[in-house]
Design a binder for this molecule. Structure first.
Ligand code: SF4
Length: 319
C-alpha cells in the first residue's frame, strides 16, 4: 500500500508582495520599453528582486549601478524606486540623458521633508540602514553632513546634537515599525523638543506587511518570507516573524530555496512576501508544497490596500 502524503497547512498573510511603489516602478520600465524600444537603461535594480530584474532584462532593460557605465545615448535612463541623490539627475542632465524617475512617491515625500527641515535650519537625524540605496538617496538630497544617520538604539544613545532645540528626525520607509519606535522613544526622551514627521515615514506597505505577519505568527510553526537578501522590507518581515513566536523564519527567493529538511516536522507554515516580490513566486512555492504534501491553503487578511500612484507624465500616454 502506498504511503499517504503528510498533510500541511499553509497560511498566507494578506497584504503581502508588491506595493504601489514597486508596481509603478516596474510599469515604468515596461512602458518605457514599449514606447521607446530597447535598450532602456536602469540605474540600480529597479526593485530588489532578481526575478523582476531578470524578466525586465529579457525584455531589453540594461541594469547599471552608476551612470558612468552608460554610453552616450538617446535611450531612456530610469532611476530605481529607492530614490537617488540629487547628484544623479544633475549628472544625467550634464550628459544629456533622457531620464525618467521611478522613485516611489513615498520616498520622494521623505526627500521633500528633509529639504524643508534643512531650510528651517534643523539638524536632521535619518533613522535607517547604512548603505541602503534609499538612505544614500535621502542623505544625498542635502549637502554632506546635513543628515546624521542613526541605525541603532546605541547610535541614538550616543548622538550629540548641535542644538537639541533645533533637532528633527526622518526615517527610511522600509524599517521595522517596532525597532524604529524604540529608537524614536529614546530620542524623544533624550531630546523632548525633537521635531517629528506628521505622519510616520515608514510606508503603509511596510507597516501592513509587518502587521499581517504578527497576526499569522502565533498560528504557524514557521514562516517563509519570499524576498531578496538585499530587500530591506523582506528582511524586516523575517525579524518580525522571529520575534512574534514562530519557531523559525526563512527568507527564500523562490521555491528552490525552501529548506525542506528543516521544515519537515512542521505542520503549519506561514507565507508572506516582501514588497518587491511578485505573486508568481508565492504561487510557485504553493505548487512546490502541493507536489510533496497534501496541502491546504488559507488566507488571513489584516488590511485592504487600494493605493495606486500616477505614472510619470512621459509615460501616461503609453499606459
Ligand atoms: S515599500 Fe513603501 S516606500 Fe518602498 S516602494 Fe513600496 S510603497 Fe514605496
Amino acid at each position: 500500500m502506498s504511503k499517504q502524503p503528510k498533510s500541511i497547512n499553509l497560511i498566507l498573510a494578506q497584504p503581502r508582495g508588491f506595493c504601489a511603489g514597486v508596481d509603478r516602478a516596474v510599469q515604468i520600465v515596461e512602458l518605457a520599453l514599449e514606447k521607446y524600444g530597447a535598450p532602456v537603461y536602469v540605474r540600480h535594480e529597479i526593485v530588489h528582486n532578481r526575478y523582476v530584474v531578470d524578466s525586465l532584462k529579457e525584455k531589453g532593460a540594461v541594469f547599471v549601478e552608476e551612470l558612468d557605465e552608460i554610453p552616450d545615448t538617446q535611450a531612456p535612463v530610469i532611476f530605481s524606486a529607492h530614490g537617488v541623490a540629487k547628484a544623479v539627475p544633475k549628472e544625467a542632465g550634464r550628459r544629456n540623458f533622457f531620464y525618467i524617475d521611478a522613485t516611489c512617491p513615498l520616498v520622494s515625500k521623505v526627500h521633500i521633508e528633509a529639504e524643508r527641515l534643512f531650510d528651517e535650519d534643523y539638524e536632521i537625524i535619518l533613522i535607517g540602514h547604512e548603505g541602503h540605496p534609499e538612505v544614500i538617496g535621502t542623505m544625498g538630497q542635502l549637502p554632506k553632513g546635513a543628515v546624521i544617520l542613526v541605525e541603532t538604539l546605541e547610535d541614538a544613545a550616543n548622538f550629540t546634537p548641535k542644538n537639541p532645540l533645533k533637532l528633527s528626525y526622518i526615517t527610511q520607509t522600509t524599517l521595522s515599525v517596532d525597532d524604529t519606535q524604540e529608537i524614536v522613544s529614546l530620542l524623544k526622551e533624550r531630546f523632548p523638543m525633537i521635531n517629528y514627521p506628521n505622519k510616520q515615514d515608514i510606508c503603509y506597505a511596510t507597516t501592513n506587511r509587518q502587521e499581517a505577519v504578527k497576526e499569522i505568527a502565533d498560528k504557524c510553526d514557521c514562516l517563509l518570507v519570499v524576498g531578496a537578501p538585499n530587500s530591506s522590507n523582506s528582511r524586516r518581515l523575517v525579524e518580525v516573524g522571529e520575534r512574534s513566536g514562530v519557531k523559525a523564519a526563512y527568507l527564500v527567493q523562490s521555491a528552490k530555496d525552501i529548506p525542506w529538511e528543516d521544515i519537515k516536522n512542521f505542520t503549519t507554515i506561514g507565507i508572506t512576501a516582501g514588497a518587491s516580490a511578485p505573486e508568481v513566486l508565492v504561487d510557485e512555492i504553493i505548487d512546490a508544497f502541493n507536489v510533496r504534501f497534501k496541502t491546504s491553503v488559507s488566507l488571513i487578511t489584516t488590511a485592504t490596500e487600494n493605493v495606486a500612484f500616477k505614472l510619470p507624465r512621459e509615460l501616461r500616454d503609453a499606459s
